[in-house]
Design a protein around this ligand. Sequence first.
Ligand SMILES: Nc1ncnc2c1ncn2[C@@H]1O[C@H](COP(=O)(O)OP(=O)(O)OP(=O)(O)O)[C@@H](O)[C@H]1O
Ligand SMILES: [Mg+2]
Length: 436
Amino acid sequence: MATVGEPSASFSDEASAVADEAFISVRSVWKVFGKDPEKVLSPEYAGKDKAFFQSEFNNVIGLHDVSFDVQRGDTFVIMGLSGSGKSTMVRCLLRLIEPTAGEIKIDGEDITKMSEKALLEFRRTRVAMVFQHYGLMPHRCVLDNACWGLEVQGVKQDERYARTREVLSLVGLAGWEDAYPRQLSGGMQQRVGLARALAMDTDILLMDEPFSGLDPLIRRQMQDELLRLQSELQKTIVFITHDLNEALKLGDRIAIMHDGQVAQIGSPEDIVLRPEDEYVGEFTQDVRLETVLTASRVMVPPRATVRGDQGPQAVLDAIGSNARRAAWVVDAHGGYIGMLSGDNAERAVQAGVSRLDQDGEYVVREYAAVPLTANFDELIPLAMSRNFPIPVVDADNILIGEVRRRALAEALAETSAAEADYEANAAENASLAAEA
Ligand SMILES: Nc1ncnc2c1ncn2[C@@H]1O[C@H](COP(=O)(O)OP(=O)(O)OP(=O)(O)O)[C@@H](O)[C@H]1O
Ligand SMILES: [Mg+2]
């Protein structure tokens, strides 16, 4: 871990080279609470930890040399236990809390150097926030609550209502426009909070433990909802949670925070399979691989694809009359329609089928495709129950790959081996430490 006064390990030349491209770039940010915060940064105290400054000067280190990048359209999760600095970090992004040192750039703009006026404008127009406590106004109905951000932006009432109604239906609250917060469950109130943020139509969403107050079942529904919305909207999201499973489910990349420092940044797979230190390793030791590995990791390009306006002969040309092989039928845009096996293609030719998209007998439309995010827990039972690979589609139902049973088995074997390696290393380190 980085020590006071030294640049952090993640702040390498390589990291600064890509900093220009990252949508949100955070570099060596410190937040020290208490009097004379700058003294913490003085070389004199290099290497001192949080406890030292607390006992010696009554300063609390909220953020300790934090650096990370968020790419446009990604969901970046900041995960850590209570007090690890998550909220401080997300507040510093917009200078709701003033960082003590460091640089924060969003879409090329240096937040730390912005005038007060520019900053207010930036917060009002570029960023929407969702918090754990939904912050709904009790005397306002759902529609007026969800409109609130637009009202602050000065959008006229007609337009405000029109846009907000759309977003309310997007989050499953159509028909509830006139209800009051007290008439809603916690999950529904959080949907209103989400709608309020989405209605503002900003490209950045900051979410500080938005689902923490919800029952597990509702929480899972909200996570699924967010994944669905995000696949449509592709916002840049900074999402805070202290729940590892939530982080793994939602994050394209995850930063694990510990005592105000970043312990590790990586993909869900990196975090689980390649923990960089003991702290992260302990955190993730109980995570099941099957929940982390997804279709996107093991799929290959679709082997045989035919267009729906073609006939079954096209399938025979591609794979022959083979009961063990199948082709995917797609529309003119590549949208997935269904599966046609080689032997069924032969029958369809004999039956005189001319267009596969008009055939209701041989093309199996119930042979459902899975999204890129489908995890192994979903894929394995599917693979066991099917004779052909599993087609994979993107958010627009475009066929982009297939998952073969063997690839699932290999990925599990490979990652279990990586885990075993890690455990062996950890055991070796522990025994070395014990000897020393
Ligand atoms: N205004 C403040 N004055 C002094 N210390 C503060 C202040 N705000 C936060 N801290 C301290 O900074 C550290 C990080 O707090 P922060 O609220 O960012 O943690 P968190 O990770 O969001 O925790 P939680 O999961 O409980 O929300 C803690 O040690 C906290 O006590
Ligand atoms: Mg917090």
